[in-house]
Design a protein around this ligand. Sequence first.
Ligand code: TRP
Length: 329
Amino acid sequence: MKKTILTGVKSTGIPHVGNYFGSFKPSIEGAKAANMRSFLFIADYHALTTVKCAAEMKENVNEIACTWLACGLDLKKTAFYRQSDVPQIFELAIILSNVTPKGLMNRSHAYKAVVQDAVDAGKDPDVDVNMGLFCYPILMSADILAFDTNFVPVGQDQKQHVEIAQAIARSFNAIYGSVLVVPEPKITKDQATIPGLDGRKMSKSYGNQIPMFAPEGELKKYIMKIVTDSSLPTDPKSTDCVIFDLYKLFATDDEVHVMKSKFENGIGWGEVKNELFRVANRTLTPLREKYNYFKSNPEIVEQLLQDGAKKARKVAQKTLDRIRKSIMG
Ligand code: TRP
């Protein structure tokens, strides 16, 4: 029996180069390499805790779907779907809530952070807590357990959520026998190693990002904005800098080698930036073209998501049949 790998993504706004190298690219390559049954979904009902506007919801889902498709997600190997298209997940969430101690939810970092913010502001602790937020880990457990998932690749910040899914699966199994597969988190490296324009980690919150799908002219402008020192073109340069780090992500090994010796012998920053633009544009152009294609063909995106949802529902229904039998006889 093939093992199952599953992960969910929330929309992160406009995707940037840091997201590409830190998340999209490794996930897609990982899924290609692994001989596993693979599921990747857009966690749109998780976004409901904060997004209360239909147009924004739709736009976010479309943005994230187009991005994954542009990055070359292999749809033959991976079922790619929108969580809200798989009702079995929500049925399972209700079932799981009955074996979940409230105390387990009280300890969830995400919930505690919202409570802490309110307390710090001198407000009622629960003022910003809706039950969607409080029960977020139960829904996430249902996402995972509905597919008999073995491995869940997530960032460090989501580790506790996967551990909650383990705890819930175990408490269900303690009552009903070995019905649910207990999943394991697979912690992915964080994006700290991918620098933004100012040398800090590339992040929307620092405003130092290079958008993944910026048109050529804009991409060039971003690269020209990278902060450099005032050394002369003839001065040798240290490779310990943002430009070189970014260059390494986009260039081939041979190109990196050549660039390194140019740094040692002296090269002007303008020339380095032009060369970085050339390799970045070479990588990003095919992605941008695919992204634009999907953006202008929403009905194709919708069809692909529907195909994925169909596959996902079939698998989840089988799990649900087994679960219902164990509870209802
Ligand atoms: N909570 C995750 C995040 O914010 C997204 C998510 C929802 C998820 N359901 C999941 C991740 C199931 C892994 C498995 O990033």
